[in-house]
Design a protein around this ligand. Structure first.
Ligand SMILES: [Zn+2]
Length: 281
């Protein structure tokens, strides 16, 4: 097992023990020097769940909580769940199931309310929300933004962060303003799948070398992720679970120890309140 001399956190990946590699992927991560994971629940429809109420999301969240516990058993550090409602659900509901955008938003908010229970009384350290990354009608866009605002309120109430899936952008000042309205510090809002710095919120940077260099040069607080989807039908679609440790190794070799400390110790502490040093065995 490799030891990189620092906590190594993948800030956003998925594990699907029923269809994908599950804990084998965690073992690969750990053997490469990875120590901590934030595991985001898979979209409900990929697990065969067609929610009609907020309670129906519990099956999705419980599956993630279970795999997080199993992952913690094989890590030198530990894993935590990030739970919420994938923003593309709005299109499934409107286009395939006949919901109007407002009804879809109500169901998605109800799902987030269930997720918030796992944040208030359970292991979740962030809620997952967002808006579509593809073109949608004005009504669907508005409905999605209403869902984001509810996620921000719930995060503020329960004392956790929010991970956002959004359109491709380097400016989320609008969402940062809504976070302030909700009483959540904007730095506790994380844009997943970032390509470098993002105005207003904390970027979780995909582990491409040029993206990481852009984040480091900008001097902003950032996190690192793969968005590994653990989907056997799309093996080449994403970065594999060894990528964050490999990139950390590369950063350390290139004299970026300070950036590594920021992305794997300081920022996880300020954003999620997690202690990646204190939780290392
Ligand atoms: Zn993802």
């Amino acid at each position: 097992m490799r030891e990189l001399g620092t906590p190594v956190l993948d800030n956003h990946l998925h594990l699907d023990p029923r269809h994908g590699r599950g804990i084998d992927a965690v073992t690969d991560f750990a053997n490469s020097g990875g120590t901590h994971l934030l595991v985001v629940n898979k979209p409900s429809w990929l697990l065969g769940v067609e929610p009609e109420t907020g309670e129906d999301f519990r099956a999705v969240f419980d599956e993630t909580v279970g795999v997080v516990e199993a992952a913690t058993d094989v890590l030198r550090g530990r894993a935590w769940p990030v739970l919420g409602v994938h923003p593309a659900l709005v299109s499934k509901l409107v286009d395939d199931r006949g919901y109007d955008p407002e009804e879809a938003a109500e169901l998605m908010k109800a799902g987030l309310e269930t997720a918030a229970e796992y944040a208030a009384d359970g292991p979740a350290v962030a809620l997952k929300s967002g808006r579509p990354h593809y073109d949608v009608t004005e009504a669907v866009w508005e409905a999605s933004n209403a869902v984001i605002r509810r996620a921000l309120e719930l995060a503020a109430e329960t004392g956790v962060a929010v991970q956002l899936h959004t359109e491709e952008t380097d400016d989320l000042a609008d969402v940062a303003g809504w976070a302030e309205d909700a009483g959540l510090q904007p730095e506790r809002v994380v844009k997943h799948y970032a390509a470098g710095p993002v105005e207003g919120v904390t970027p979780s940077v995909m582990c491409r070398k040029d993206y990481l260099e852009a984040a480091i040069e900008s001097g902003v607080p950032f996190l690192m992720e793969t968005d590994f989807i653990d989907d056997p039908d799309r093996p080449g679609a994403v970065m594999g679970p060894k990528t964050v440790p490999r990139r950390v190794d590369w950063l350390l070799e290139n004299g970026h120890g300070e950036a590594v400390r920021r992305a794997h110790v300081e920022v996880p502490e300020t954003v999620y309140g997690i202690d990646t040093h204190g939780t290392l065995a």
